[in-house]
Design a protein around this ligand. Structure first.
Ligand SMILES: Cc1cc2nc3c(=O)[nH]c(=O)nc-3n(C[C@H](O)[C@H](O)[C@H](O)COP(=O)(O)OP(=O)(O)OC[C@H]3O[C@@H](n4cnc5c(N)ncnc54)[C@H](O)[C@@H]3O)c2cc1C
Length: 400
């Protein structure tokens, strides 16, 4: 919490603050600065720009809490049907670097049912300690029991940092845990580091529609919690010699109670390859013009044994479900080959795919931004080029 005040006797009407405000929240009246609190975000840019000390930004959040009891880096390791998801290995890789910079332990947290055999896997991936809660109610993800169990662990063992995948489960779980434990949470990070002097987690993520990268710190709260996108970090290597200490926790039955009941799990895309894991992605945008265009790229993806991706425009148009969306508000993908068909290449899309090894862009417009990041560009009509590519790959790969 903060408050902002203009000290009128010190304000010279120089307008520096007006120029510095990124939100257009400052205007001049009678040669004095006035702040529109409906627009102000208390970012402090105006106070920083004022050379006359005429803008007072006060921190009202009270005395700093004693945070010294918090230590260790935790990674929430997501499992589905007993399989640890690869995002967890990516976070263990990144968590190890953070833990060694802080001189603390890397701890894996796993919740599930019958997951004892998974301890070895987490240990091999570099965890110094594994916290395990095994209970039938945790077999499938459900908000209430997962939140309760993780909150209990956090309250008892006080981690300094908690990392979690920016997956559907991770996003749902960690926001609940953050609220319950009074933690700071930064969602969808693409970079993490440590400010060694202050022992703060530096959490970098796209902001303002992806136009800038913001580095966020949470100096007053613990744990510092961050969700991280899939495929942004390198997976931890395997060290068969690493033996993690194991903490098995049991809790009273009420901890595992749920206000909701899981009736059924339905796989949305049962026949296609998981987008995040695919080596080849054929993605379509508004330029494909509709369902027929998407059927064409579906054919090409099938021949290449790849997955189908999409821009948000295509998803918004209802041509393909959201689970295929690539980009800032969709998935981050790093395939070996990304074929973008009729996608203009706005920054929000590029954020999700620009680290692909080879990018092929098919676009009618020679000035489309996607062609600037593409390894190979084909200028032309995707509705003609895609079927031609499908025919040729089918022939070359000997497929029917
Ligand atoms: C906060 C926020 C978050 C967002 N998140 C995402 C996100 O996660 N993912 C995402 O994709 N977008 C996202 N967007 C939207 C993004 O800004 C763009 O609007 C979107 O990516 C554009 O999609 P498009 O490239 O399919 O469509 P357009 O920008 O309309 O581009 C269509 C392209 O197709 C080409 N074309 C037309 N016909 C043909 C043809 N026959 N053959 C070949 N080329 C053709 C055109 O030349 C053009 O380049 C977000 C926006 C905001 C504000």
């Amino acid at each position: 919490m903060a408050s902002i005040t203009i000290l009128l006797d010190q304000c010279t009407g120089c307008t520096l603050c007006l120029k510095a405000c990124p939100f257009g929240a400052v205007h001049m009246a009678n040669k004095k600065a006035v702040i529109d609190m409906a627009k102000c975000t208390l970012c402090g840019a105006c106070a920083g720009a004022c050379k006359f000390g005429a803008i007072e930004l006060k921190d009202l959040s009270g005395p700093k809490r004693d945070l010294s009891a918090y230590k260790d880096v935790w990674v929430f390791c997501e499992q589905k049907k007993g399989h640890i998801q690869s995002i967890s290995f990516e976070l263990l890789g990144e968590g190890k670097k953070l833990a060694s910079k802080l001189g603390v332990k890397l701890c894996a947290v796993i919740l599930g049912s019958g997951i004892e055999p998974k301890i070895a896997e987490l240990s091999e991936r570099g965890a110094d300690k594994v916290y395990l809660v095994d209970h039938p109610a945790l077999q499938f993800y459900q908000d209430d029991p997962y939140t309760e169990a993780l909150v209990k662990l956090v309250e008892e063992y006080k981690p300094e940092i908690v990392l979690c995948g920016a997956t559907t489960i991770g996003r749902s779980l960690i926001s609940r845990v953050a609220i319950r434990t009074g933690a700071g949470l930064t969602a969808d990070c693409t970079g993490l580091d440590i400010d060694g002097k202050e022992r703060l987690l530096l959490q970098t993520r796209p902001a303002f529609g992806g136009n800038i990268m913001a580095t966020i710190v949470t100096p007053r709260h613990r744990p510092q919690m961050a969700t991280v996108r899939h495929k942004v970090m390198q997976e931890a290597g395997i060290d068969k010699g690493n033996k993690a200490e194991v903490v098995r926790k049991t809790y009273p039955e009420e901890v595992f109670k749920s206000r909701t009941r899981l009736i059924e799990t339905v796989e949305e895309i049962s026949e296609t390859i998981n987008l995040s894991e695919a080596d080849i992605i054929v993605a379509g945008g508004r330029g494909l013009g509709g369902n027929e265009g998407f059927a064409m790229i579906g054919e090409l993806a099938k021949v290449l044994n790849g997955a189908v991706g999409a821009s948000r425009s295509a998803v918004d148009a209802g041509w393909i479900p959201y689970s295929h969306q690539v980009g800032q508000t969709g998935k981050t993908v790093v395939p070996k080959l990304y074929i973008a068909c009729g996608i203009s290449g706005q920054i929000q899309h590029l954020i999700g795919m620009q680290s692909s090894k080879v990018i092929v862009a098919i676009n009618k417009d020679p000035d489309a931004p996607i062609l600037k990041v593409a390894t190979y560009g084909i200028v032309g009509d995707a509705l003609e080029i895609v079927p031609a590519l499908t025919r040729e790959f089918r022939r070359l790969l000997g497929k029917k």
